[in-house]
Design a protein around this ligand. Structure first.
Ligand code: SF4
Length: 200
């Protein structure tokens, strides 16, 4: 069975799904069999809430200051389990900071506004901006929803700002320096910081 919780540089990460509506050309899933101390991050089928709860109970989060929802899939693809997991952690480890790394396509996945559903449950959202426009985004991330994904992701980011204490946009340094500057301008328009990530 794949790891639901793994650690990387001592920090716990939550791998609750392998589902994702994108096929990013730079996705770590295509280049590495696992990450950190994980044996495998590929589930046979996505874990049930019962399996996730068992993994949470078996892991000691007491020495961690942050846990991150980030695995071989998009956490919003399993939104109910994302919310239940965050609630469980907030109940059992109230001081633990919770961050979700997301592609920001939750609204398209569920056909409703989704960012607000994490209100009070998570402390930080890192949203993959990835590109300066819809065409480039579609080429790099290959979302099943096509070019409308870019605007949906920006809308998600704007919604998230209203309730989440810390929202950051990110771009992987596989795009050109000019495109990174264009991404920086988009982030500035949304009044959000931009994090430029090296390719893992
Ligand atoms: S959104 Fe994340 S998990 Fe999905 S394909 Fe892109 S990098 Fe991989």
């Amino acid at each position: 069975m794949a790891d639901i919780i793994y650690t990387l540089a001592g920090k716990p990460y939550l791998n609750i799904t392998n589902q994702c509506p994108c096929a990013c050309t730079f996705c770590i899933r295509e280049r590495h069999g696992s990450v950190g101390d994980a044996g495998s991050l590929w589930h046979q089928t996505d874990p049930t809430w019962h399996q996730i709860e068992q993994a949470l109970a078996a892991f000691d989060f007491s020495r961690a200051d942050e846990a991150v929802f980030c695995g071989y899939g998009e956490p919003f693809a399993q939104l109910e389990n994302l919310k239940r997991t965050a609630q469980w952690l907030k109940t059992h480890y109230p001081k633990l900071k919770l961050r979700v790394n997301t592609n920001g396509l939750g609204d398209l996945i569920h056909n409703r506004p989704t960012a607000q559903e994490l209100k009070g449950l998570v402390d930080a959202l890192s949203i993959s901006l990835n590109a300066p426009n819809a065409q480039r985004y579609a080429a790099l991330c290959q979302p099943v929803y096509g070019e409308k994904s870019f605007d949906a992701m920006l809308s998600f980011a704007a919604q998230a700002k209203a309730f989440c204490p810390e929202v950051v946009l990110s771009v992987v340094a596989v795009v050109t320096p000019e495109e990174i500057e264009q991404c920086r301008a988009i982030a500035a328009r949304l009044d959000l910081p931009l994090r430029v990530r090296a390719l893992d």
